[in-house]
Design a binder for this molecule. Structure first.
Ligand SMILES: Nc1ncnc2c1ncn2[C@@H]1O[C@H](COP(=O)(O)OP(=O)(O)OP(=O)(O)O)[C@@H](O)[C@H]1O
Length: 283
């Protein structure tokens, strides 16, 4: 029997708007993730993807429903769940090494031990030669690698990644995809990865959760079929990208109609489906 590691059952989240009325952002979210899985979440802008990550991280509380990690209810942030954001969030006044040791020193780990752990992580993200550099001396991709090292050094069980590579250029993003997969295979950390980019989701994940919107819900889930080497064959990749895009088109139509008026007509297939391009980055 498979162990369900992260489990959400009937999760709802509402916020109060400026008019003091309740707006439901997430409705009846239920899914289960096995330990060590790499799962992506895609969905239209504003459907509640970040909110969902914050609920799992414990930074926000669910209005209803249950979130459990390894059978334990989540009700506050914990070192077992670390979030990596789109912005690298590094301290500009601190060196790479000091940025990575920061969380460990807060946990009262002795400095020598913290530095040794940080150096191991920096080796894993190929930044051993930059330990004394300051963030402004690094490229965007390198800064993201530091922020991944800073998250991993805490030994999290679950890495929650909120569009971590969205602001990077295509080539840097491709390099980081390789590195992230290598890190994932070596550390066996469970990854929940939010992205707007369908291709990115297909390339990285074992399972893809597609969210609908108004309010945010789970529209459908796709398993990603890989070979024994963990590689998704090209035909499978393209087919899956098309299926995800088709599922999202309906949601996008809903949003556009709401924002642009009822007479707006969304033509099926009007989304650019050039498979050589950057699938879904406009979603
Ligand atoms: N603290 C808050 N108070 C009030 N409303 C909020 C709060 N946080 C999020 N929301 C609302 O919840 C909805 C979902 O936001 P969220 O950022 O989770 O969506 P998203 O899918 O991550 O969007 P994007 O893809 O554009 O980043 C939005 O309408 C947002 O305005």
């Amino acid at each position: 029997m498979k162990i369900m590691y992260l489990s959400l059952e009937g999760v709802e989240k509402s916020f109060r708007n400026n008019m003091n009325s309740e707006i439901k952002v997430l409705d009846d979210i239920s899914f289960h993730i096995e330990k060590g899985q790499f799962v992506s979440i895609v969905g239209p802008s504003g459907c509640g993807k970040s909110t969902l990550l914050y609920l799992i991280s414990g930074l926000e509380k669910a209005s209803k429903g249950k979130i459990e990690v390894d059978g334990e209810a989540v009700n506050k942030p914990g070192p077992d769940r670390v979030v990596v954001f789109q912005e690298d969030g590094l301290f500009p006044w601190a060196t790479v090494l000091d940025n990575v040791t920061y969380g460990l020193l807060l946990k009262k780990m002795p400095k020598k031990e913290a530095e040794q752990k940080a150096l191991e992580m920096l080796k894993l993200v190929h930044l051993s030669n930059y330990v004394d550099a300051y963030p402004h001396q690094l490229s965007g991709g390198m800064k993201h690698r530091v922020s991944i090292a800073r998250a991993l050094v805490m030994d999290p069980d679950i890495l929650l990644m909120d569009e971590p590579f969205a602001a990077l250029d295509e080539q840097t993003r491709m390099t980081l995809h390789h590195e992230l997969l290598e890190i994932w295979r070596r550390t066996k950390v469970t990854v929940l990865f939010v992205t707007h980019n369908i291709r990115e989701a297909v390339l990285l994940s074992q399972k893809i959760i597609v969210m609908g919107t108004r309010p945010g819900n789970i529209k459908t889930t796709f398993p990603v079929k890989t070979t024994q080497d963990g590689i998704t064959p090209d035909g499978v990749t393209l087919d899956l990208e098309q299926k995800i895009l088709a599922a999202l088109e309906e949601e996008m139509e809903k949003v556009l109609k709401e924002e642009l008026g009822d007479d707006y007509s969304f033509k099926t297939g009007s989304v650019h489906r050039d498979t050589s391009g950057d699938m879904g980055s406009g979603i």
